[in-house]
Design a protein around this ligand. Sequence first.
Ligand SMILES: *Cc1c(COP(=O)(O)O)cnc(C)c1O
Length: 475
Amino acid sequence: MAQEKNLFKLIPKVDEVLEKDRIIELLNSMPRKIVVDSIREEIEILREDIKKGSINEEEVKERNRQLVELIIDRAHRKNSYKLRRVINGTGVVIHTNIGRSLISEEVMDNVKEIAINYSNLEYDLEKGERGSRYSHLEDIVSEITGGEDAMVVNNNAAAVLLVLSTIAKGREVIVSRGELIEIGGSFRIPEVMEQSGAILKAVGTTNKTHLWDYENAINENTAALLKVHTSNYRILGFTSSISSEELKTLKDKYDIPLIEDLGSGVLIDLSKFGLEYEPTVQDSIKKGVDIVTFSGDKLLGGPQAGIIVGKKKYIDAMKKNPLTRAFRVDKFTISALEATLRLYLDEKVAIEKIPTLNMLSMGLDKLEKKAKTLYNLLIDKIDLDKCKVEIVDDYSEVGGGSLPLERMPTKCIRLSLDGVSINGLEKALREYEIPIITRVYKDNIYIDLRTIREREFPIVVDGVLYGLKRIERVH
Ligand SMILES: *Cc1c(COP(=O)(O)O)cnc(C)c1O
């Protein structure tokens, strides 16, 4: 008991801590309340540990020496935004959990211009009267995809719902059982169909659907044929499915619209980068699909959006659907999408300037060069006795439920600790001021160079230094 009392005496007072130089410095950069709360909380943790009897006098003194550091850490965490940037070291290019596609600075300049000024969002400058917010995107989407008309909503899930609700409410939509997909985040074709008021008419089997399956299901209550891109999985082996070209023959024979949910909505041929061929939006339009829907922030590399392209008469009907108002995109999305799509007018420019395409098309020579640069920066600063640093071969993924089987050869920095579990370092990196998200495999940390930009290297180096320091502290 007497021993315990002595230990409590070692705990500093809040006021004493507030006078330390580094804390005074901290007070200049953030609200006093955050600093004081952080001091109180760290002191409380120490008090609790003494109360539990889990630390001895030596350890209390050691903790006191680390106290300022711990307070600064805590205060920075408290003072940061809840939604903030992270470094993507996972190598998953379109990672839904960490923001899918990145917007280039050039595109963002346009968004800023629109955001900080008034704009002709819904104003027709020629006529001097009310205009449509969708008009800004119609021409560019049509020009790039070959579709007659276009409109844009908040995401592809909304796009599919709007299309079905407009074209097929109360009537049947024929879909292959092999295409009744679920995308992460509870987007499931049967449920979306139900929400839209359309009646799902599933045909064929999981692995095989024939043209006559569709044809036999057509009746006077059929509103549309729907083809869904099985973005995030593949059925292999004894399979067959019907292409949009084949469905077009039915569509023409019975005069019913053909809808396609393309999911990712790629606009350029990815096989040029050595990736699997993914059907483009232009392909679908050329094959005669009446309405195509796809995401803005998957392979297209733009902002979150759902793009609907196709026959004008259907698009016009959608604009009159009350759901359109609920799904309507804001001016930031429109300006980001317009600027991104403009880059597609020259494919070379698109690949260079759209981060998603740039990362997907990055060759091994470039990746190796980046790996060497980061490696040299790391070994210059890190104590190599404590942490082993290597350049290794690995694979990156496309992500975003696109091209699920694709493995792109890449270069990674691999970190390992001698005799210490890597999980502490992974957590420390994840909790760094600018969190660094990495992959752990067999007690190694992998940092994939494909998804890290060169200007982010100093952050990675500082983060690793911070992480190594943090795992050395007693806790
Ligand atoms: C991703 C995806 C969706 C949902 O798109 P969001 O833009 O995320 O709403 C719908 N259908 C398919 C086939 C998809 O791949």
